[in-house]
Ligand binder design. Structure first.
Ligand SMILES: *Cc1c(COP(=O)(O)O)cnc(C)c1O
Length: 235
């Protein structure tokens, strides 16, 4: 493995772990409540393996990183090559129905469920798969996910399917440099999660926050932050 890649990834991962811990402590939260997911899209196997190796040096009490892929094609290309390192994979992008079988071969959680149709297809093939409902809190039309108004209904429908375990809600935050706008979106997801969790006790998770905005996400209760460029460098 390339030493420069290994050292750069390890150094950036340490910075991100520090940011997550500092943000949790600033919010009066236990850093162990925040799972770090590494978004590995377009990244080399070497870079991802380097991150997994460096993560072995994480602080005691923190959970191991999980990996997230947007596209099933990339998941099925990377996962067999990294299988000896036994990572946990989440799907974090739109999932076509003809890719469900391939995704389920590797993923233990699909965070990007945005239709009953997809949920039913997953349920038909899975036993005990974790899923999250993806909500578009920023109303940006290019973003995947149901509207906030649709979220509760979809979440309840998903939770009712045998074979799936609804573990929370996911969003991609507003593409804005105004932190108050970003944070308001995360607060909205949290309020929706509270509504869902009132009926679905397993649905406590909140996957929100990326490289540039993990702090406001953690302040609003993120239980998973999805980090790409801050660990792997620019895509
Ligand atoms: C790429 C990606 C991320 C990580 O984004 P960075 O800005 O590189 O940290 C998080 N979530 C999703 C859904 C992504 O596609």
């Amino acid at each position: 493995m390339d030493d420069d890649v290994r050292h750069a990834v390890a150094a950036r991962l340490a910075v991100v772990r520090r940011r997550v811990t500092d943000a949790a402590l600033a919010a009066g939260r236990d850093p162990a409540e925040v799972q770090l997911l590494l978004a590995s899209k377009t990244m080399s196997l070497d870079a991802v393996a380097a991150a997994l190796a460096a993560d072995e040096g994480r602080e005691a009490g923190l959970a191991r990183v999980v990996l997230g892929e947007n596209r099933v094609q990339e998941l099925v290309a990377k996962a067999p090559e990294l299988a000896h390192l036994e990572p946990t994979w989440h799907v974090i992008g739109p999932l076509q129905s003809n890719k469900v079988n391939a995704a389920l071969r590797w993923a233990s959680c699909v965070e990007s469920v945005a239709s009953v149709d997809l949920a039913e297809r997953l349920a038909a093939r899975a036993a005990g798969l974790d899923v999250m409902v993806q909500v578009n809190v920023s109303d940006e039309p290019t973003k995947h996910g149901v509207t906030p108004d649709e979220a509760l209904e979809l979440a309840l429908a998903v939770a009712a399917l045998d074979g799936l375990r609804l573990v929370g809600l996911m969003t991609v935050g507003a593409n804005s440099t105004d932190e108050s706008v970003v944070r308001a979106g995360y607060a909205r997801l949290r309020a929706l999660r509270d509504e869902v969790a009132a009926s679905v006790p397993t649905a406590t998770g909140l996957s929100m926050g990326m490289s540039r905005d993990l702090e406001p996400a953690i302040a609003e209760g993120a239980t998973i932050v999805r980090i790409g460029s801050a660990v792997f460098g620019a895509r």
